[in-house]
Write a protein that binds this ligand. Sequence first.
Ligand code: NAD
Length: 440
Amino acid sequence: MKIAVAGTGYVGLVAGVCFAEVGHMVTCVDVDENKIQLLKSGVSPIYEADLERLMRKNYDEGRIDYTMDYREAYRNADAIFIGVGTPERPDGSANLTYIAAVARQIAESIEKECLVVVKSTVPIGTNDKVEQFINDFLVNDVHVEVASNPEFLAQGSAVRDTLQAARIIIGTESDWAKEMLMKIYEPFHLPIVAVKRRSAEMIKYASNDFLALKISYMNDIANLCELVGADIGEVAQGMSFDSRIGSRFLNAGIGYGGSCFPKDTKALEYLAKQHGYELRTVKAAIDVNKEQKVILYKKACKRLITFHGLKVAVLGLTFKPGTDDLREAPSLDNIPLLLENGADIFAYDPVGTDNFKKLYPEGRNGRGSITYVERPEEALENANLCFIFTEWGSIAALKPYIYQKFMKTPLVYDGRNIYDVNEMRKAGIEYHSIGRRQSF
Ligand code: NAD
């Protein structure tokens, strides 16, 4: 089939490449000229395992191309997938400006019957409006319908998550749209759940918000564990054997980040409010997460008189390992606080440094300063304290003695519970983590 994809971010690009990989003819469209140039030269603008290899393979075999010329890409496409951003507005609602812009471009361009498929996460009912909007602005008299096909990939494993997805959700209002989507996904050989369009939109939010709730719940229990002398690692292990609970998303830490959970929890809470309903569970998840992100900073404030003039090692900047994405990363909550309070930060991240530098250029910043280093040991050298914000393999691989050997005073705040508390104690490190017995 001839497929166009609007947006070459995490969702659009990975979808486009995977559609090409299973044999469809794909044109990816973006408004960002730099991205299109990079993509044409075989370089992925985002970091995802296996993505570049598949991009190059499918480009060389003629199944994928990249363009800014949306008219040409949409003109005679059988299906157009929309994967543009739906970021959070200051009031928590989803910003649908980019969706509306693509809808208008589609209406101006299509010259034959076409299925428009919204992959972006949009509030329930949005796709009804997108269909109406496109039909209102159609230039040519052609049949067009809108389907919902929410995306469930996780950054860091996006290609694998797409090619081996647990399920594909398709939300349609007609047999024609349903059959079109079934045909597009047939070569993936994955379970397909076909539902109505509004249910599909809700499945996405309900799934993301459930996972956010699970994380916040474990963080809440972890905070209580500290107060009552239980250990969240042992608690989670014990819970994980119950198949009704499952073993994933039970790790306590400094809260969830990324481009999805924070905005999707707020958007659903906002939507509920619009309908006069208070979504108390999701609100609780949001509140817990907000406080969790700075919980270690607060612990450090209690322990130290000042951060001024202290060398602070920061290990990990991205919101999770395997991605260069910084959106809503806990580092973005903590680093400004440390800088405001005069810390001299030495930050290490295997892939996120370039993006972080754009927000916090190297050098003096307010009362403090920030320096980016290539190796974790450089960050630790002579440091007075260390914060661990991301559990990258290269950080988790550091043995406890490394902190003792390199740091001036081995005081470690671990937001990802990477280390065994007893081993850190044995190595002579003052180790603070989340929900576990403190070593000192
Ligand atoms: P992103 O910000 O990485 O990418 C969006 C892209 O769309 C950008 O490259 C932008 O230049 C482009 N764009 C904007 N306007 C355009 C237009 N008119 N035509 C063509 N391209 C245009 O976004 P993302 O992280 O891929 O997320 C996209 C959507 O998918 C969001 O709704 C998000 O909630 C959802 N989602 C994201 C993930 C994830 O892990 N990132 C997972 C599931 C769902």
